[in-house]
Design a binder for this molecule. Structure first.
Ligand code: PLP
Length: 399
């Protein structure tokens, strides 16, 4: 068997594995160090008890004759699809989202992979850069060759100079930059896609972190978006489901290929062929999560307060800090320092693990990403370390 050449061309280590290696090497050299990891963007607060009960009750019922169920509909239960439409898409007045346009998944990342499969390799993709790695790596694995990069940087206020592509990936609130697009910017994006006959793959995995009602939580808050956009959503960061696994895609009826065939029909074909639907247990938990939406906001507020705390501490130290207001990520830079230099600097000087920005794309060079997930206590300790140059006379600090 020959190795798949597309895989062989990928960087050998996925971003976070690389960080784990560096972390391990540092701890071997300095076993006394107490590292604080603000690297991987994963939730830390426990599930709400009501959600855990829903998961457990449904699981228990599966052991009874009346409560057992096997395969469900590949698109997800009608009850959950209706609940998502009613709870999360009530602000999309220009574009009513109906349950039959919602497809339940086992998470946004997995769905992005299925989308990539659907559109195939013979397309040009437009990547915001830096971006969530699956946009570029998932396409590269399939063999997509034509990639147009649209840099996000401080000079353009983290909204790109839009370039023509068949499929444009966009993410707001953004991972890794922590920035959020305004209504005007998303209107520009939708108009651009219409004019250029592009399809938008809008990743709204962090929509629930938006705290300002003037900022769109969904691309469908923009008039005309149903004709050009697919939206991917996730329960991971909204309800702590990164391990439970549940997400969804919105595929509007209006979205068609140039021949007029509905993209929705092909997506259904893909999921019935290679997916088979999300866990029925997780779907029950998701219904309870949506019923507890205001409770979940308390957890989100905690992560956002963490972000403020970290931001203040980093600004006091003189770093440039973007993001962190409507997203659990801070995008940190300092003068001409490279990503690796900054990563080593925070590791060695403060024993804080970050993510080098160049792992998210070439235009992430010069930045590191701080995640604000973690307990209040942990983040307070990180902020404290930043404030007092921890440790005061480090035995092994190199910068
Ligand atoms: N999209 C973005 C921008 C993310 O940052 C993440 C996870 O970190 C995902 C999607 C993946 O979400 P899920 O856990 O639903 O696969």
């Amino acid at each position: 068997m020959k190795r798949n050449s597309h895989l062989a061309h990928l960087s050998p280590n996925y971003l976070f594995l690389e960080i784990q290696k560096k972390k391990k090497a540092f701890l071997e050299a300095h076993p006394e160090a107490k590292l604080i990891s603000l690297s991987i963007g994963d939730t830390s607060e426990p599930l709400l008890p009501s959600i855990a009960n829903a998961l457990s009750n449904y699981s228990k019922a599966l052991s009874t004759e009346q409560g057992y169920s096997g395969y469900g509909s590949e698109e997800g239960t009608k009850q959950l699809r209706t609940k998502i439409a009613e709870t999360l898409y009530q602000n999309t007045m220009h574009n009513t989202i109906t349950p039959d346009e919602i497809f339940i998944s086992d998470g946004a990342k997995c769905d992005i992979g299925r989308w990539q499969l659907l559109f195939g390799t013979d397309i040009t993709i437009g990547l915001i850069d830096p971006c969530y790695p699956v946009y570029s790596d998932g396409s590269a694995i399939l063999g997509v060759k034509n990639v147009v990069r649209m840099p996000l940087n401080a000079a353009n206020n983290f909204f790109p100079d839009l370039k023509r592509a068949d499929l444009i990936y966009f993410c707001s609130p953004n991972n890794p930059t922590g920035s959020v697009a305004t209504k005007e910017q998303l209107t520009q994006l939708v108009h651009f896609a219409k004019q250029n006959r592009s399809i938008l793959l809008f990743d709204a995995a962090y929509a629930s972190y938006i705290q300002d009602s003037n900022l769109p939580k969904s691309i469908y808050e923009i008039e005309g978006a149903k004709e050009v956009a697919i939206e991917v959503g996730s329960f991971s960061k909204m309800a702590g489901f990164s391990g439970v696994r549940l997400g969804w895609s919105v595929v509007p009826k209006e979205l068609t290929y140039e021949c007029g065939y509905k993209i929705k029909e092909d997506f259904k074909r893909i999921i019935t062929t290679i997916f088979n639907g999300a866990s029925n247990i997780a779907q029950m938990g998701a219904i309870t999560a949506l019923e507890s939406y205001s409770e979940l906001q308390k957890q989100i507020q905690l992560y956002l307060k963490n972000a403020v705390l970290l931001k203040q501490a980093l600004l006091r130290c003189g770093y440039r800090v973007d993001g962190g207001e409507h997203a659990p990520y801070l995008w940190v830079s300092q003068k001409e320092r490279s990503s690796v230099d900054l990563f080593n600097h925070f590791l060695e000087k403060y024993h804080i693990v970050t993510t080098p920005g160049n792992g998210f794309g070439v235009y992430g060079e010069g930045y590191v990403r701080f995640s604000s997930f973690g307990s209040k206590k942990l983040i307070e300790e990180a902020a404290q370390r930043l404030s007092v140059t921890y440790p005061s006379s480090p035995p092994f600090s190199s910068s």
